[in-house]
Design a protein around this ligand. Structure first.
Ligand code: CP
Ligand code: NVA
Length: 331
């Protein structure tokens, strides 16, 4: 918990620094000299960061590359089309070689065992940019977005304590996004009510990680978690409603079956009203979005904070890079 709090605080600081420097730039050019103002710390100066993505990405990739550049480092974006990995070379060998030349690795992989293998054999820190089991950087951005939101948290720069007692409803798949919410939110005192279609099971590994996290001694009361199959039940009194695609990367072959299984799960104003979500409940989605899981009225409507959430991928990833890949002198 202290670690999550530190990363979120740093993310908010970096966001504010960047905004201040943008403002200085907008108001100063008439002076004919460099705008000055607050600039980002150059903690990655002279550092090379490998961004190895085995799957597609818009947000995580753009956030990662721009964060490395913003902190003064050099990003190397490496897709399967660029490097030998997956075609000609093992993950083990790739980890050894890339980590011998770079100062950090951000990696999006298939199975979670792949990120573990990469981390195990790397000489430099490895950050999970999404695996089939978890998507940790997404949930950091979600928490930052909730904190900043006046309705859910305490507004910009508020502390994690303001999320205590917030009720989050998940109406969707038992996937990597939900998994990270399960391991992060209840330990911060947030309640989570989950509705997944019948037959969609919880990941027992994730459940064990969640229970282990709940044993941590913190200043916060622990949140409650409920798991069921009825979206209406899960929505009751929700402060935040969250969903994601029903067809994650790798699930494409099950598309037709999944569209049938998720009947009744599309988030609409009517569903929110019938389920009894709070009148000012917020809507969140990690994106990319398909209209199956949420209609346009909610997705583009006043309760949606999805684009703030997307932008916050950058500030939370930048905070992680600053902390894990940055060059810091001992205090
Ligand atoms: N939310 C998210 O991870 O988006 P990308 O797949 O575009 O990176
Ligand atoms: N659950 C989705 C998240 C994409 C950011 C997937 O794994 O494809």
């Amino acid at each position: 918990v202290p670690h999550i709090a530190a990363v979120l605080q740093r993310a908010a600081e970096l966001k504010a620094m960047s905004r201040a420097s943008d403002r200085a730039f907008v108001t100063a050019p008439a002076a004919g000299k460099h705008a000055g103002g607050a600039t980002l710390p150059q903690s990655l100066a002279g550092r090379n960061i490998a961004i190895i993505f085995a799957k597609r990405s818009t947000r995580t990739r753009v956030a990662s590359e721009t964060s490395v550049a913003g902190l003064g480092g050099h990003p190397l974006f490496l897709s399967p089309a660029d490097i030998q990995l997956g075609v000609n070379e093992s993950l083990f060998d790739t980890s050894k070689v890339v980590s011998s030349m770079c100062d950090g690795i951000m990696a999006r992989v298939g199975g979670h065992d792949e990120i573990e293998l990469l981390a195990k054999h790397s000489r430099v820190p490895v950050i999970n940019a999404l695996s089939a089991r978890y998507h940790p950087t997404q949930i950091l951005a979600d928490l930052l977005t909730m904190l900043e939101d006046e309705v859910i948290g305490g507004g910009p720069s508020s502390s994690l304590a303001s999320l205590q007692g917030v009720k989050v409803a998940w109406i969707g798949d038992s996937n990597n996004i939900l998994a990270d919410m399960l391991v992060a939110m209840p330990r911060l005192g947030m309640h989570l009510s989950v509705a997944v279609p019948k037959g969609y099971k919880r990941d027992e590994h994730v459940w064990r990680d969640m229970e282990a996290g709940l044993k941590e001694e913190t200043a916060y009361a622990k949140g409650r978690v409920s798991w069921g199959n009825d979206p209406l039940e899960a929505l009751k009194d929700a402060d935040v409603v969250v969903t994601d695609t029903w067809i994650s990367m790798g699930d494409e072959a099950q598309k037709e079956q999944r569209l049938r299984d998720f009947a009744g799960f599309q988030i609409t104003e009517d569903l929110l009203r019938r389920g009894g979500a709070k009148a000012n409940a917020r809507f969140m989605h990690c994106l990319p979005r398909k209209p199956d899981e949420v209609d346009d009225e909610v997705f583009y409507g006043p309760r949606s904070i999805v684009f703030e959430e997307a932008e916050n991928r950058k500030w939370s990833i930048m905070a992680l890079f600053d902390a894990y890949f940055g060059r810091w002198e001992k205090a």
